[in-house]
Design a protein around this ligand. Structure first.
Ligand SMILES: [Zn+2]
Length: 399
């Protein structure tokens, strides 16, 4: 049985991530900057577009030329033309071959039979193998596919030379629960992985690609890794189709926190997400786990007081671990201690050496003004900016 400590990350930010609706497509140079950070973080494999447009080909070549430690896989459809196009890239070693296997996709999207799908998939994987490429097969929508058909497909891609079978929870239908009257095998993450491994475990690696339509992508990915999958297919910030994918940073931090996986350079996670936010013109939600600006921001009196005394009271780990920063806000429900703390910091910053007396009438006046006149009265709703706080401190002649 594979251990979760040996899990590998296949980051698809530069493929599935860029399929996010409304995203600004970054230039090849900007994509390269993102890839450099991903490589430095220690991502095991990156997935890229490579075949269709100039920007994608240029990006793929830049990454392949860089000689990253991270493996680079080019995502193609299950046809020889796509593979031929990918083969034009210098230094290409690996492709991810995508084709759906659910009846919904075969009947309504492609309008082909299971037999035709079988031939396309096994043919494409064999073609890649015959041309010296490593490959993983991306079984689109397999969490809604027929299990009997899926078993045939897995057997076929093994015989054709695929190294890895990617379970694609394309519309986020899976659940981290066991099979029951309500949950069929296809949708049960732990049971289907065990079932596949029981039949084919030593012949092919498993990867889980989870979408977040029901908000279960990260949990499902961790369940997959805990039950015998080797790879997690994820994107930074969870960017991707519709509600997106499992977040790379969340999976990595769960591996770090719960399973002592220390091999990823987690201190660059926030910077990586900020770059993606800038290049792709998407806002990081304030409360986004790990990398959001609120994760280490404290405003309410009880929380700020705890953090000032001992950060671990309300922080799972120090912000600098993931390249984030701690902030203390003064706003509604801020207590006396945080105002005093901010005041001391400001006095230090301003280089004033005068001793600080909490019983000074001006200090008492400042606290009363902020707590009662501004927020308590309801006159002010949003927290004070650093500049506003400084102005008020000046008003009380404390700096
Ligand atoms: Zn996807």
């Amino acid at each position: 049985m594979k251990k979760i400590q040996d899990a590998k990350i296949d980051d698809s930010t530069l493929r599935d991530g860029l399929q996010m609706p409304g995203i600004r497509a970054p230039s090849p140079e900007d994509r390269f900057i993102i890839a450099e950070i991903l490589n430095d973080i220690g991502i095991d494999r990156m997935e890229l577009f490579g075949t269709w447009y100039d920007v994608d080909r240029k990006t793929a070549q830049l990454l392949l030329d860089a000689g990253f430690k991270s493996r680079v896989a080019i995502w193609v459809r299950a046809n020889t033309a796509d593979i031929d196009e990918a083969l034009k890239l210098n230094g290409i070693k690996e492709v991810g071959i995508s084709h759906p296997i659910s009846k919904i996709h075969l009947d309504y999207k492609l309008r082909i039979s299971e037999e035709e799908a079988f031939n396309r998939i096994s043919g494409a994987v064999k073609y890649a193998t015959d041309h010296g490429l490593r490959s993983f097969y991306h079984a689109e929508d397999c969490t809604r596919a027929d299990w009997t058909f899926e078993k045939k497909i897995i057997q076929a891609v093994i015989e054709a030379g695929a190294e890895c079978y990617r379970i694609c929870d394309t519309v986020g239908a899976s659940l981290s629960a066991h099979t029951s009257d309500l949950i069929p095998l296809e949708r049960s993450v732990p049971d289907r992985i065990k079932a596949i491994n029981k039949l084919f475990g030593d012949k092919i690696e498993l990867e889980f690609h989870g979408h977040d339509d029901l908000g279960n992508a990260v949990t499902n990915t961790l369940t997959a890794l805990n039950n015998g999958a080797t790879w997690a297919s994820t994107t930074m910030l969870g960017i991707g189709e519709r509600s997106g994918n499992a977040e790379t940073e969340k999976v990595i931090m769960n591996l770090y926190y719960h399973y002592n996986v220390n091999r990823y350079k987690i201190e660059r996670l926030t910077e990586c997400c900020q770059k993606i936010s800038r290049f792709c013109d998407i806002k990081i939600p304030n409360n986004k786990a790990i990398v959001g600006p609120n994760v280490f921001t404290h405003q309410s009196g009880i929380h700020s007081d705890g953090v000032i005394k001992h950060p671990e009271t309300y922080e799972l780990y120090p912000p600098e671990k993931v390249g984030n920063i701690r902030r203390l806000f003064i706003g509604s429900y801020s207590g006396k201690n945080v105002i005093l703390h901010k005041l001391k910091e400001l006095i230090k910053e301003e280089g004033k050496s005068k001793s600080f007396d909490e019983n000074d009438g001006r200090v008492k006046g400042l606290i009363d003004y902020i707590q009662n006149n501004l927020f308590g009265s309801g006159a002010r709703h949003s927290p004070l900016t650093e500049g506003e706080f400084k102005m008020i401190v000046r008003m009380f002649a404390l700096i």
